[in-house]
Design a protein around this ligand. Sequence first.
Ligand SMILES: Nc1ncnc2c1ncn2[C@@H]1O[C@H](COP(=O)(O)OP(=O)(O)OP(=O)(O)O)[C@@H](O)[C@H]1O
Length: 230
Amino acid sequence: MLLEVKNLFKRYGKKEVLKDISFSVDKGKIIGLIGENGSGKTTLLKVIAGFSRPTSGKVFINGKEVNVETRKYIALLPDTIIFPRWMKVKDALCFYSEFFDDFILEKANSILDSLNISKNMKIHDLSRGTIEKFSLALLLSRDANLYLLDEPLAYVDPLSRETLVDLILKNMSNDRTFIISTNIISEVEHLFDEIIILKEGKIVYMDLAENLREKSGLSVNQFFKGVDQK
Ligand SMILES: Nc1ncnc2c1ncn2[C@@H]1O[C@H](COP(=O)(O)OP(=O)(O)OP(=O)(O)O)[C@@H](O)[C@H]1O
């Protein structure tokens, strides 16, 4: 088992943001983590990544309780821009090469070429959609086990979404797992092996995407809209 989340609670002050979350994920799966704004998706991904501590409950990656060490198994794509203003694309490549032992520079170069992203550009001068593509390119150039993608498609135009979905698929393998949080479901749902729906910090639905479609006769997107209105 690659990831096990057991009875996880997260509180900010009096506000309970995650409520008794339990699930496990095998290697080689793509999980769709869906839920309306504020349902707790980002918080859950941050706790799994070890960047935020649970109030109670436990998270295990490759059988080890999450700590600084388990971060080496994880590649997190945050939902915010993390690069400083002065940084050029080529500087970020150097930084990633030095900081992450599992970063493969040749792979990053080849993905950036395929996306037509110039290495001499300042990252903040790129469009928001291009920054998303660039961030994903860096992330996929790491050889991690668990890839956590927080809203990877939010700022990307529909044509580029297809490119990014293809990129994710190309980089999928039997020993990698992706958890992708998204509100843009229809364009990515064909990627998902399993679906987790969060509502107000609780898991309200969890199943294989195939089962969801068979049992409900709906697409994941249609099903989510139904759950969300209840
Ligand atoms: N550091 C924090 N302090 C206090 N409350 C927080 C903090 N981080 C998140 N929250 C609250 O926790 C709840 C869940 O937020 P979270 O960002 O995890 O949701 P989300 O599902 O990712 O939303 P979105 O789709 O808008 O990104 C929200 O009500 C948010 O205001």
